[in-house]
Design a protein around this ligand. Structure first.
Ligand code: MN
Length: 262
């Protein structure tokens, strides 16, 4: 295991710790957070990849964001808070935060992934960003204090500013779901339509179907991206179409809403 920590890798870890402003007690945790599975299989090294840390870090970040939101918007309702939280913890937004730390430059990737532009993909940067906070959490005996301080030092003001100015990519799939539950008591369905182009440059088309009557479609570099575009179109359409009932019946309609329950 130690043989894997070559001077080059140690150097990378040190550099990143400098940007982060935190020095790991256990460097192997940071190494794991930065290691993509493709690197492990290509180099045939005995390293863990970041996936389990990502699973943990996802929850850690969600908790940190929840605290920021509750303190910043003390009067907001649960439905609104979870909507904002999903926008903040969305892939494009967490990738944006990761890029601020230049996280993408430190990820250990296979040369294949590298050639396909993997290093610049939001999905990867978001996952590693989550893994990083999972690693910091473990490094502090599963206590939230240090991960929260690190997050807040780097990002708290930015996140609040972005929320207030609407400068945050909305998670259209979540907000559409909240809207259709409120309007129809149903969730949207997503269907695969097609995938075109070469393996590494595939363009997916997905459809979003609501209540068997509204159908929109979207294209993107991943199914999720295509779904998000279809969801955005449906969201804008429904908001306009049901403008009046959404403002008037707001009060008693919201009793049926899944998200407003305790
Ligand atoms: Mn993830």
């Amino acid at each position: 295991m130690n043989s894997e920590l070559s001077p080059d890798i140690l150097n990378r870890l040190n550099k990143f710790e400098g940007i982060l402003g935190y020095s790991f007690k256990d460097k192997s945790l940071l190494l794991t957070a930065l290691t993509h599975s493709s690197y492990v299989s290509e180099k045939k090294v005995n390293l863990r990849d970041y996936e389990v840390f990502e699973f943990l870090g996802d929850a850690v970040i969600s908790l940190i964001i929840s605290e920021i939101l509750i303190k910043t918007f003390p009067k907001a309702k649960e439905g609104e808070l979870s909507q904002i939280r999903s926008a903040v913890v969305s892939e494009p937004y967490l990738a944006k935060l990761g890029r601020i730390l230049k996280l993408n430059k430190f990820i250990l990737l296979s040369s294949g992934e590298e050639q396909q532009g993997g290093r610049e993909r939001d999905t990867l940067i978001c996952d590693v960003f989550e893994a990083l906070f999972g690693a910091i959490y473990i490094d502090n005996n599963y206590s939230i204090d240090v991960p929260r301080d690190i997050f807040n030092i780097h990002f708290k003001n930015l996140v609040i500013r972005d929320i207030k100015s609407g400068n945050i990519p909305r998670d259209y799939k979540s907000i559409l779901q909240i809207l259709t539950q409120r309007l129809f008591g149903k969730v949207p369905e997503y269907r695969f339509v097609s995938a075109h182009g070469p393996e590494h440059k595939k363009i997916f088309t997905m459809e979003c179907i609501i209540n068997n009557e509204i159908k929109t479609s979207g294209e993107g570099k991943s199914k999720k991206e295509a779904e998000t575009k279809a969801a955005k179109e449906a969201y804008i359409y429904l908001k306009e179409k049901y403008k009046d009932s959404l403002t008037n019946k707001n009060k008693h309609k919201s009793n049926n809403s899944e998200t407003e329950k305790n």
